[in-house]
Design a protein around this ligand. Structure first.
Ligand SMILES: [Zn+2]
Length: 652
């Protein structure tokens, strides 16, 4: 294998290498617009709804207007802008800043980690709480969650968390952040909450109290200063919605993830009627999904996809194995109906697929015709052309069903010539190579593979440019803010807004943590930034793996480690015997005797020079630094590699 290496002009100076930027922009300490007042009377406990553990089907009651008993605090009340009235029971607000603050804590510099804070005085609502999958240069990291430092000390102000839909980039951080934020109530659709609850069950190590409220697209909530409504959207998980927030500063809309499919309700319907009604109220700001902003035209309709899938099902001569996402529940439902129409027996394989289908069935999002779904053990009782498998792993995930079948590690399903594998989901950027490997494997087995490139069997869940333009034109907000995507996606989305007639000054492209302030009918980007540094989740650790640890891992992964152990006589200042060398991932020691000899000699020289005899106290840290630097430089000059050099000096 050809590997190429960047050569650096600077001498051995480890950390600054070709690693991607990990230092984020310095986050300026936040000066809060609204004073950090001790909000009185938590909204959460006041709602009279069930607490803890279970989800509740109760419709949330309109929340009482929140400020009630003023609790004394250490904050000078004048400074906080709050004064208890004579009765001592009521708060009189004085001179509070009337600015509405919108802060994307994540999701505007990447796809994932979606979380938006909407804040007015001492009321906060949060929209979504997602995770981001790690990049290739973050070894060992499971995922990344939003940084909530800004909300520390403001937990009492959080009136609610609204979750737009059940995808992990919108719900994945809930188990980690909800306890940290003082267990604020969560509002979402039945299906979304059921999937969240399943996810929480994976965190048995620390029980999480979840106050969950089921809402639907027609619900209305009062959360502190905000009146919240919703609008249904078409997306590839059912029960997705966007959010309409009526704030004292104006109406703010957040689309969540959406697409527009005017020909089919399979993936849900984006309620354009409702949105055009809202447009008459002159909304202040629209935040909209940019995930597919790079794609021209309109998103494909589920109708065409189903026509293609029906064709595949009809013409398959052998077994049909569909790989897809377990969250594509609308699509899965349709595939099951198509299969049933053609007399197929359907096997559902993969843990997450089984769980999600079961949840969706219970809540009525999927109907399974009688005698259609069979357990995998019964597969052999039916002819091959009657068998259809719905499986996880269309991204080439290692342990998922498709890969296990391809590797002949599946207990019941062995690949056979004549099988047709259908990849009915687009490949997430970064997974192309593993999917290619999986495809190659299947072809080797004589299997037919149909992927979304060959036939249009995957409509993404996100609006393309013409759909995005339609959204902006329907809502007609005064200000437009693209969200959910890398910076370039947002910029392209901004161009779409310009095509819809918007001026630059009415388009706000924010960075993670950048505060958007709205006051007197005008929204603007501010210079204020709240912390958004990565918070890594690695196993059970949250935030304990920092950028230093990641850099070490990168270094170890690239060139290995080189440990030098020198025993030094403190009287003479000389190395005793021959220094020990341990190395992993750097060179094969047995074949590098020469190099090691030279290293040992150099270590002795370095120690001699750094700790001359007769010197009263030897600065051993200085000796170690010298070994690290000089041995590092020497190894680089001999090998063009930069292993992590770890000197251990033992004084005897
Ligand atoms: Zn989504």
């Amino acid at each position: 294998m050809v590997s190429y290496k960047l050569v650096f002009m600077t001498p051995y100076k480890q950390p600054q290498r070709h690693y991607r930027r990990f230092e984020r922009r310095p986050a300026s300490p936040t000066s809060q617009g609204g004073p950090a007042s001790p909000a009185s009377g938590s909204a959460h406990s006041a709602s009279g709804l069930t607490h803890a553990g279970g989800l509740t089907r109760q419709r949330p009651q309109p929340q009482a207007i929140i400020r009630r008993d003023f609790r004394p605090s250490s904050l000078p009340r004048q400074q906080a802008g709050l004064l208890p009235a004579q009765t001592g029971q009521k708060i009189v607000r004085r001179d509070l800043d009337k600015t509405l603050r919108i802060i994307p804590l994540g999701g505007v510099e990447e796809v994932g980690r979606n979380m938006t804070v909407v804040e007015y005085q001492d009321d906060i609502i949060i929209i979504d709480m997602g995770l981001q999958f790690p990049e290739e240069d973050m070894p060992g990291i499971d995922y990344i969650i939003p940084n909530v430092k800004y909300l520390q000390g403001k937990e009492k102000n959080i009136r609610g968390v609204i979750i737009t839909h059940a995808h992990y980039d919108h719900i994945g951080a809930i188990p980690h952040l909800i306890p940290k934020l003082g267990n604020p109530p969560i509002y979402s659709a039945d299906l979304t909450l059921a999937i969240i609850r399943k996810r929480l069950e994976e965190y048995k190590t620390y029980p999480i109290k979840l106050e969950a409220h089921i809402i639907n697209k027609d619900s209305k909530l009062k959360l502190g200063a905000f009146n919240v409504e919703f609008f249904g959207v078409s997306h590839n998980v059912p029960a997705s919605f966007g959010v309409i927030v009526r704030t004292p500063a104006g109406i703010v809309l957040h689309t969540g993830d959406f697409k527009i499919d005017e020909r089919s309700p399979i993936a849900g319907v984006t309620e354009l009627d409702k949105l055009s009604r809202i447009s008459r109220e002159k909304p202040l700001l629209l935040m909209a999904d940019s995930t597919n902003a790079r794609e021209i035209g309109k998103q494909a309709s589920e109708l065409d996809i189903m026509t293609d899938i029906e064709e595949i099902v009809k013409s398959a001569k052998g077994r049909l194995i569909f790989g897809t996402f377990s969250s594509l529940l609308g699509r899965l439902n349709e595939i099951i109906q198509v299969g049933a129409r053609h007399g197929k027996k359907i096997i559902i394989e993969g843990r997450s697929m089984k769980i999600n289908v079961e949840i969706a069935k219970q809540l009525g999002y999927i109907t399974i015709p009688k005698n259609t779904v069979i357990p995998v053990e019964e597969m052999k009782r039916y002819p091959d052309d009657k068998i259809m498998v719905l499986a996880t792993g269309a991204q080439g995930e290692d342990r998922a069903v498709l890969m296990r079948i391809a590797n002949r590690e599946h207990r019941f399903i062995e690949p056979e010539p004549g099988d047709t594998f259908v990849f009915s989901s687009s490949v997430i950027p970064g997974n192309e190579r593993t999917v290619q490997r999986l495809t190659d494997k299947l072809y080797r087995e004589g299997i037919e593979v149909i992927n979304y490139r060959m036939m249009d069997i995957h409509a993404g869940g996100h609006a393309k440019q013409e759909d995005l333009k339609k959204m902006i034109e329907t809502v007609q907000p005064k200000f437009f803010m693209p969200i959910e995507g890398n910076h370039s996606f947002l910029r392209i989305h901004a161009k779409v807004a310009k095509r819809a007639g918007y001026d630059d000054k009415n388009i706000l492209v924010a960075d993670n943590g950048q505060v958007v302030a709205c006051k007197d009918g005008v929204c603007a980007l501010t210079k204020e930034r709240v912390p958004t540094d990565y918070v890594f989740v690695d196993g059970l650790g949250v935030g304990d793996v920092g950028q230093v640890v990641i850099r070490d891992r990168q270094m170890l992964a690239e060139d290995g480690i080189f440990v030098v152990i020198a025993v030094v006589d403190s009287k003479t200042g000389k190395v005793k015997g021959s220094p020990d060398i341990i190395s992993r991932g750097f060179i094969y020691l047995r074949e590098s005797k020469d190099l090691l000899q030279q290293v040992r000699k150099r270590i002795r020289d370095i120690v001699d020079r750094s700790a001359p005899p007769g010197q009263e106290t030897v600065n051993w840290a200085y000796v170690r630094d010298n070994i690290r630097e000089q041995i590092g430089q020497f190894l680089y000059s001999k090998t063009q590699r930069r292993p992590m050099v770890l000197p251990v000096v033992i004084e005897v």
